[in-house]
Design a protein around this ligand. Structure first.
Ligand code: SF4
Ligand code: SF4
Length: 650
């Protein structure tokens, strides 16, 4: 039995990761349909629910992208089933087109959108903050402040969604989703609901009419939305997820939300200022509950707002204060805006302590300028450096080696327009810095399509777009259609490593399996590209000679869109993990170390982590524990000094 499906003895309080707690909360709410696109730090929620789909009678899918996942979840919510949709912060941008229409029409049964965000960009290319969508599109936003609340607020979010008849956004962050805590569980309901899409009622009847937003209905639908927000405010004024701890009239009032609550509590305890500082933790962050806020603002002259992301809460508190200045009295606000809290990057208890020390004139060590340096010095030698690199045996290293080499030989300053996946590391040394643009998912081919139309203005550089197999389905297909239709001069390289590798190997439409592990029909990428009208070639990046020939041919075939599928499974995929195809060794007669004349091409440039330069012996060695036996380095060595031997029954 999974940790999230047990009707555990409430005294047991099982240990759950934040994302597992969210999954459990959804089960306690009787969720029936779950749709998602993977993205760290959100991926464990649908994975956990997918693992129990049969046991709990759920439908769980990995959708093509976040917009589609929200559409799938909304269809369920319009048909009488509670539905959950999860994504990371950048995914909300993808889903936002549909989200605007969804919010305007509203929902029928509980529909919860969980966005797991990444302050500090620990596993993202940006620090996007999705909370402003709730204000801009006018639906409720809630933010759990600990792991228990992650479970409880998810469960409650479905009820709230049905109260306001709209989607509810629950925002988590990395330190909430990936931290663990003991959780008191509730009961799992026995639900046997039948899906039925009512659509023949009156046009404007939200529960039985057709589901659409039209020019003639938009203003009235927005008024209905506002009525829902008013109901949300009424709930939020009384919500047990908004809590206050501290003196009746604090010298300083901290207002916080989400994982920043942990840091505030820790900072207050370490500084021993419980008698001087009040902590208002808000779980309901849009719309703000005005009476509750007013009551607390009236108790303090100074307020510090501590939140992850942009000054969203801070700005909204200031706006609410401006309306109530006569009853609240003069108040000074501190936070991200005045840089009491740094305006960027993830928070931690040290940052909050430094802010409190500054405001309360406390002489603490953590606010001194050299604190970080002393921490780094203390860690030196204890924490090994980790290079930003591809895994040993990663097909992307081989692919970028080949593409970089082809562009160098071509000698027209060609470049690669990159995309989002493990292969974004093509910008770094491990990808030979061949990638020169990276933006949103699918932007690689979209931008290449634009570059590929600049010939008439004198742009002569060869243009190559890369994307992975999951990204191809997610967002690259429209860009490729655009490039083919408009006859852009470019090569599109699809790095097909058989799964969504970066986020933990979730399947996509090209993989013949679904989120519950059951078989599904797979869509063939080369066939799709051919049907679009492109010339399509397939090569294995581990077979250098054949792949080189194919790339050279495609580069010579000037004009129009050419597609190359470089197909080789990820080193961590079930197909390859733990299976060595080759045993690899160094021929000491041929590898003469620095005397080779190759200037250490293997360990200085190719840099697979399985290759080690021994500075004492001045020669290369294979690290047998790290090497996964892909055999590619043997094709890189110009002296043929790396020997490979086929592993029988690998
Ligand atoms: S997870 Fe797979 S695709 Fe990603 S870097 Fe490692 S080997 Fe390459
Ligand atoms: S065979 Fe060579 S390139 Fe492949 S994993 Fe081993 S050391 Fe790295």
């Amino acid at each position: 039995m999974s940790i999230i499906t047990g009707n555990q003895n409430k005294a047991e309080r099982p240990l759950m990761m934040g994302n597992e707690a969210i999954a459990r909360g959804a089960l306690e709410a009787g969720v029936k349909v779950v749709a998602a696109y993977p993205g760290t730090p959100s991926s464990e929620i649908p994975k956990t629910l997918g693992d129990v789909a049969d046991e709990m009678g759920l439908y769980v899918e990995w959708s093509t992208n976040e917009k589609v996942s929200l559409e799938v979840a909304a269809a369920a919510a319009y048909s009488g089933l509670r539905a959950l949709c999860t994504m990371k912060q950048v995914g909300v941008n993808v889903a936002s087109d549909f989200l605007l229409h969804l919010a305007e029409y509203g929902s029928r049964t509980g529909l919860v959108l969980v966005t797991c965000e990444d302050p500090g960009s620990l596993s993202s290319t940006n620090e996007g903050d999705s909370r402003p969508y709730s204000k801009m599109m006018e639906f409720p936003l809630i933010e759990p402040g600990d792991i228990q609340e992650a479970k409880d607020m998810t469960r409650w979010a479905f009820e709230l969604s049905e109260t306001v008849r709209n989607v509810v956004m629950l925002r988590s962050v990395t330190r909430m989703s990936h931290a663990s805590g003991n959780v008191t569980v509730g009961d799992l309901p026995e639900t046997d609901v039948k899906a039925d899409f009512q659509c023949n009622g009156e046009f404007f009847d939200q529960m039985t009419g057709p589901v659409m937003t039209l020019p003639s209905t938009a203003p009235a639908q927005r008024l209905r939305q506002h009525e829902g927000l008013a109901k949300a405010i009424a709930c939020f004024e009384e919500s047990p997820f908004n809590t206050y701890t501290g003196p009746d009239r604090p010298g300083l009032l901290i207002i916080t939300s989400s994982a920043a609550t942990f840091y505030c509590r820790e900072a207050i305890a370490i500084l021993g200022i419980e008698e001087r500082v009040g902590l208002l933790k808000l779980g309901t962050t849009w719309p703000l509950p005005p009476r509750l806020i007013e009551k607390h603002l009236a108790t303090a002259d100074r307020v510090l707002i501590v939140e992850e992301g942009t000054p969203f809460l801070e700005d909204n508190l200031k706006a609410l204060f401006a309306d109530r200045i006569e009853t609240v009295g003069p108040t000074r606000f501190h936070g991200r805006a005045d840089k009491t809290i740094p305006s960027v990057d993830e928070l931690n208890p040290d940052i909050v302590m430094a802010a409190l020390a500054g405001l309360l004139n406390l002489p603490i060590d953590h606010s001194t300028a050299d604190y970080r340096q002393r921490i780094s010095a203390a860690l030196e030698g204890n924490v090994p450096d980790r290079a930003m690199t591809f895994c040993p045996g990663c097909p992307h290293r081989a692919s970028f080696w080949l593409l970089h080499e082809a562009l160098k030989l071509d000698n027209r300053r060609g470049f690669i327009s990159g995309d989002i996946g493990c292969y974004t590391l093509g910008v770094a040394d491990c990808g030979f810095r061949a990638v020169k643009t990276v933006a949103a998912m699918g932007s690689g081919v979209g931008m290449a399509s634009g570059f590929g139309k600049l010939r008439r203005f004198g742009l002569e550089q060869p243009v190559i777009a890369v994307c992975g197999d999951s990204t191809f389905f997610h967002a690259a297909m429209p860009g490729l259609v655009n490039a083919i239709h408009n006859q852009a001069d470019m090569i599109m390289v699809i790095l097909d490593n058989a799964g969504t590798a970066m986020t933990g190997f979730q399947p996509h439409p090209g993989i013949p399996v679904g989120a519950d592990g059951k078989p599904l029909p797979a869509l063939d990428i080369p066939t799709i590209c051919q049907a679009m009208g492109a010339r399509v070639e397939i090569a294995d990046p581990f077979q250098f000679d054949a792949a080189r020939k194919t790339i050279a041919e495609l580069m010579d075939d000037g004009g129009g869109v050419r597609v190359l599928v470089l197909r080789q499974a990820c080193a961590l995929s079930p197909a390859r993990k733990g299976k060595k195809e080759w045993t690899v060794s160094v021929d000491p007669d041929k590898c003469l170390g620095e005397a080779c004349g190759c200037n250490r091409l293997c360990t200085r440039v190719f840099k697979c982590p399985g290759l080690i330069w021994d500075p004492k012996q001045k020669e290369m060695r294979i690290d047998e524990f790290v090497c996964v036996g892909c055999g590619v380095c043997a094709q890189v060595c110009p002296q043929n000094a790396i020997r490979v031997e086929k592993v029988v029954n690998s």
